[in-house]
Design a protein around this ligand. Structure first.
Ligand SMILES: [Zn+2]
Length: 155
């Protein structure tokens, strides 16, 4: 027998904060990630950690923060998480501004939105030169998701 009590909906109760809230901070990510061995990219795409960081935004934010997407979440410093949270917030704000869309619209989308594609540094650019250092970008799978990064900028 399954009865649903709206006050104890398991999924909703365990969702993390939204990226543009104050609750989503470097200190928050740092605290939640200690002793965690999973890749940082998987960590920030976990809805229980933060809601709505899709594959594109995770790829781009990790590049801008200079973090290797495969690095263990628990090994990332508070300083690096500061850069990462700032870039996640900026990317989301920029996407909203450029697309004139709502946060909800693109949070649900994992496709490559046309209005956003011109400002993409790594997503969909595997085997092309890094926009910063011209090193050829590498594509790998992390948690079955396409992951593109620069082996030089994201050590
Ligand atoms: Zn590079």
């Amino acid at each position: 027998m399954w009865t649903e009590d709206p006050d104890s909906h398991k999924l909703l109760n365990h969702l993390g904060p939204e990226p543009l809230t104050e609750e989503f901070s470097a200190q928050y990510l740092y605290n939640r990630s200690r002793n965690k061995k999973l890749p940082v990219k998987t960590f920030i795409m976990d809805q229980k950690i933060v809601v709505g960081v899709g594959n594109i935004y995770a790829n781009e934010a990790l590049f801008l923060a200079g973090i290797n997407p495969n690095q263990s979440a628990g090994q990332i410093s508070l300083f690096s998480y500061k850069k990462l949270t700032q870039h996640i917030k900026n990317i989301l704000k920029q996407a909203i501004k450029q697309g004139g869309t709502t946060l909800k619209d693109f949070l649900n989308s994992d496709g490559k939105p046309g209005y956003f594609s011109q400002s993409l540094h790594v997503y969909g650019r595997e085997h092309q030169p890094c926009t910063r250092c011209n090193t050829v970008l590498v594509a790998i799978q992390i948690g079955k998701r396409q992951t593109v990064f620069c082996p030089k900028c994201q050590l």
